[in-house]
Write a new protein. Structure first.
Length: 217
C-alpha cells in the first residue's frame, strides 16, 4: 500500500476526533446533566476549579474506542487504514487533553492560546451550552453554538491560577480579557475543601443544570 492512503486516513482520524470532541462535549456531557459517568465527571470539572477526570478513565476511553473502531474499520477498509485512522483519532484526542488541561493551568503564549482560553472560559463562566469545541471553533460555527466573548467575568473562587498574581489580584496582563467578580477566597485558598459547603453545593447545582456559576454566592 502506498503512503498517501495511510496519511489521508491519519488526517481523517484527527479531523474525526474534533467532531467527536464537539458532539461528546455537547450531548454526552452537558445535555445529560449528570446522568452517566462522563457527564458527572465533566460537570464536576465545571463546578470545581482544579478537578479533572482521572488518567485511568481517559486511558480506558482510548482502549474502548480502539477495540471498537479498529476491527470495524479494518473489516471494511483493511487493517493498515484502520490503524492509521485510529492513530490519528487517538493522537488528536491526546493533543486535546493536553491543550485543555494547559488552558486551565498555564497562561496563553500566542494568539491561538489566547483565543482558546477566551473561547473555553466563556463556556465555563458565561455560556455553558455554547462554545463546546475546545481545540477548534469549526464545529461550533457549523452547528451555531459559537459565541464571541466580551470581557469574561470569572468568579474569584474559580479563578485559574495563572490569572492571578501572588498577591491574589487579577494579573494586569489579562485585564483586557477577564475581570474577577464576587467576593471570597482567591488563589491557594480557593479550593473546594476550604470553601463553605453551601458554596460548593451552589456551584455543583449550577454546573449540573448548565447555568453559569453564581458570581457571589
Amino acid at each position: 500500500m502506498s503512503t498517501l492512503p495511510l496519511v489521508s486516513a491519519f488526517f481523517v482520524g484527527a479531523i474525526g476526533w474534533t467532531l467527536a470532541e464537539y458532539l461528546l462535549h455537547r450531548f454526552l456531557m452537558h445535555a445529560m446533566r449528570g446522568r452517566g459517568m462522563a457527564s458527572r465527571e465533566h460537570l464536576t470539572h465545571h463546578a470545581r476549579r482544579d478537578y479533572f477526570a482521572s488518567t485511568l478513565d481517559k486511558g480506558f476511553f482510548c482502549l474502548v474506542v480502539t477495540l471498537v473502531m479498529v476491527p470495524v474499520v479494518g473489516a471494511v477498509m483493511g487493517w493498515p487504514i484502520a490503524v492509521a485512522l485510529q492513530v490519528g483519532f487517538i493522537g488528536a484526542y491526546l493533543t486535546y487533553e493536553w491543550i485543555h488541561r494547559r488552558a486551565h493551568t498555564h497562561p496563553p503564549t500566542n494568539t491561538y492560546g489566547r483565543w482558546l482560553r477566551r473561547h473555553h472560559f466563556h463556556h465555563h463562566f458565561g455560556r455553558p451550552l455554547d462554545n463546546h469545541g475546545v481545540s477548534t471553533p469549526v464545529w461550533d460555527k457549523v452547528f451555531g453554538t459559537d459565541v464571541e466573548p466580551g470581557v469574561i467575568r470569572v468568579p474569584r473562587r474559580m479563578a485559574m491560577r495563572w490569572l492571578i498574581t501572588p498577591e491574589g489580584e487579577l494579573d494586569p496582563r489579562y485585564a483586557a480579557d477577564y475581570v474577577l467578580v464576587g467576593t471570597g477566597p482567591i488563589g491557594a485558598a480557593a479550593v473546594t475543601e476550604r470553601l463553605p459547603p453551601e458554596v460548593v453545593e451552589l456551584d455543583t447545582r449550577a454546573a449540573f443544570t448548565n447555568v453559569p456559576p453564581p458570581e457571589a454566592p
